[in-house]
Design a binder for this molecule. Structure first.
Ligand SMILES: *Cc1c(COP(=O)(O)O)cnc(C)c1O
Length: 221
């Protein structure tokens, strides 16, 4: 099981970056993974997991949450407005706040529930048309608008373009966060989490490097 190896590589990257050991949080991305692989990681004591799909997470996690106290669940995939109500019940943190209509729905839900998951705003640092996220030029205004709605914005999230070096994207995200007084940086996946840590990531989202490849046959969309 690769969890120990990932943790070791995280500690080394933290040390290289002059950051405190254990200061980066590992989100184990369990989307579309067989249940026994996820349970193996839960049995090793890990409790922070990420999922991309509300429906899939809703079928898997209530039972695991009951069986393994202390689970912290992170929503990292695009969130449809009509699934926001289910998402705020299921997730502790949502990393994919990417548009005003979703922010407004989350604010309404926070008002009626009296609480909200912690939130990260997704920034489309590569300005890719097919990718979710607020454009970098609109990020300051969107962050301010979310704060006006009293949303608990903890930081920013990005997914760099697959065919580019990720470092400039991590640098851009960190700069937008810094000028807006946000401390959270959700960036870095299996292929680039060490680079992300060296650029200030506070939360890394690692799937296949922990669980193994996601089987194409079980991909749901
Ligand atoms: C699937 C996914 C990950 C994990 O990807 P790996 O390459 O398997 O580590 C991280 N972040 C997001 C947003 C994802 O969709």
């Amino acid at each position: 099981m690769a969890l120990a190896e990932i943790t070791e590589r995280m500690r080394a990257a933290e040390a290289r970056a002059g950051r405190q050991a254990g200061s980066v949080r590992l989100i184990a991305v369990s989307k579309i993974q067989p249940g026994d692989r996820v349970e193996a990681v839960l049995d090793q004591g890990h409790r922070r997991f990420g999922e991309n799909y509300v429906q899939e997470a809703g079928t898997k996690w209530p039972a695991w949450k009951a069986r393994y106290p202390g689970v912290e669940l992170h929503m990292i995939g695009p969130l449809q407005t009509n699934k926001a109500k289910v998402a705020v019940e299921l997730f502790d943190v949502i990393h994919s706040v990417d548009r005003p209509s979703l922010a407004e729905s989350l604010a309404k839900l926070a008002g009626s529930r009296g609480k909200s998951p912690d939130l990260f705003i997704q920034v489309n640092t590569g300005e890719e048309p097919q990718k979710a996220g607020i454009l970098p030029a609109q990020a300051d205004d969107f962050i301010a608008a979310c704060r006006m709605m009293d949303l608990p914005v903890q930081g920013l999230m990005c997914i760099p373009p697959e065919d580019e070096h990720p470092a400039p994207h991590f640098t851009l995200l960190a700069a937008i966060a810094a000028r807006n007084g946000l401390s959270g940086l959700s960036m870095g996946m299996s292929a680039d989490f060490e680079t992300a840590i060296e650029h200030g990531a506070t939360h890394i989202r690692v799937g296949s490097a922990i669980f193994g490849a996601r089987s194409a046959a079980s991909v749901r969309r």
